[in-house]
Design a binder for this molecule. Structure first.
Ligand SMILES: Cc1ncc(COP(=O)(O)O)c(C=O)c1O
Length: 291
């Protein structure tokens, strides 16, 4: 049995190319392009009380990313494995998530895509507590967005994201908010929303952000609740004037922000979740728990 690290444990079993095995027995080639070049994609799919949520949306984003990197792979064949992964783990009937990765596979190392390779997929389920997020809040650090120009591709090449996230982790904060040319793009692993004068702002879709599945769900909820939302980037200089800030993500869900730090200054502070954040959190709980 592999040991725990930082309070996180390895799953008992992983599914590599459709074969369930112990993680210490699962093997990939040293020439796997995901390992060598980051030539691979991933998704994290949530399960609420054992039931999969927004599977179609996650698979359609994976399909889009596969097209963008010219990788031919049938995402539909993953469905039984995704469902099985929770059923055959200790997470059956509980809140959980499935980590799923597709790599181009092994080929002699080259900068161009090889004519032929056998893509490989890996997936496993892990426990995650998806309840009580509405009673929590996060503190953020602001940093320059040093990532590449195709942040819409959910690649496993997350070195820049992890470097940025590690900065806030080292300071005992929860997430790093990214700024590009004076505008907030998103978090290192989350989508950012700002509320000012009852209007909600979030960065438009495109190459500068990942099109978050939770982002889309929140946009729909805003429409249903009659909340005004603008898909416009929020300026860094306006953070001090924001009324509410929240982040979204598959396991982050809708997280209220209580503090934003930049260098040695605190730009934003809130003692409790704002009314719009709370309204959206309530609607989100309703949607995920009673679909
Ligand atoms: C950079 C980035 N933005 C946004 C998100 C949120 O996306 P989703 O709501 O699909 O989890 C993630 C999730 O991993 C992310 O890595």
């Amino acid at each position: 049995m592999l040991p725990q690290l930082n309070g996180k444990s390895y799953p008992k079993e992983v599914c590599l190319n459709g074969i369930w095995q112990k993680p210490e027995e699962a093997k990939i080639s040293v020439f796997d392009r995901g390992f060598m070049l980051g030539d691979s994609l991933y998704e994290v799919i949530p399960f609420y009380d054992g039931k999969v949520f927004a599977l179609k949306e996650h698979l359609s984003r994976l399909k889009y990313c596969l097209q963008e990197i010219s990788l031919d792979f049938d995402v539909e064949m993953l469905i039984p494995y995704i469902e099985d992964s929770v059923r055959r783990s200790d997470n059956a009937g509980k809140d959980a998530a499935v980590y799923l990765q597709v790599s181009r596979g092994a080929a002699p190392r080259s900068h161009f895509f090889p004519e032929r390779s056998e893509p490989i997929f890996l997936l496993y389920s892990f426990p995650v507590n998806l309840s009580g997020f509405e009673n929590k809040h996060w503190k953020l650090l602001i940093s320059e967005d040093i990532r590449w120009h195709r942040c819409d591709i959910k690649t496993t090449s997350y070195l820049a994201n992890t470097m940025l996230n590690d900065k806030s982790y080292k300071l005992g904060l929860n997430e790093t908010l990214l700024v590009k040319e004076g505008m907030i793009t998103e978090g290192s692993h989350s989508t950012a929303f700002f509320v000012k004068d009852k209007i909600i702002f979030t960065h438009p879709e495109g190459h500068q952000i990942l099109s978050g599945i939770t982002r889309k769900i929140v946009l729909d909820l805003c429409q249903n609740l009659g909340l005004e939302i603008r898909e416009e980037a929020f300026p860094f200089s306006e953070i001090e004037n924001a009324d509410e800030v929240f982040l979204t993500g598959t396991t982050t869900q809708i997280m209220a922000i209580s503090e934003i730090q930049f260098q040695d200054n605190i730009l934003f502070q809130a003692v409790e979740s704002g009314p719009i954040t709370r309204k959206l959190q309530e609607a989100f709980i309703q949607k995920t728990r009673n679909p």
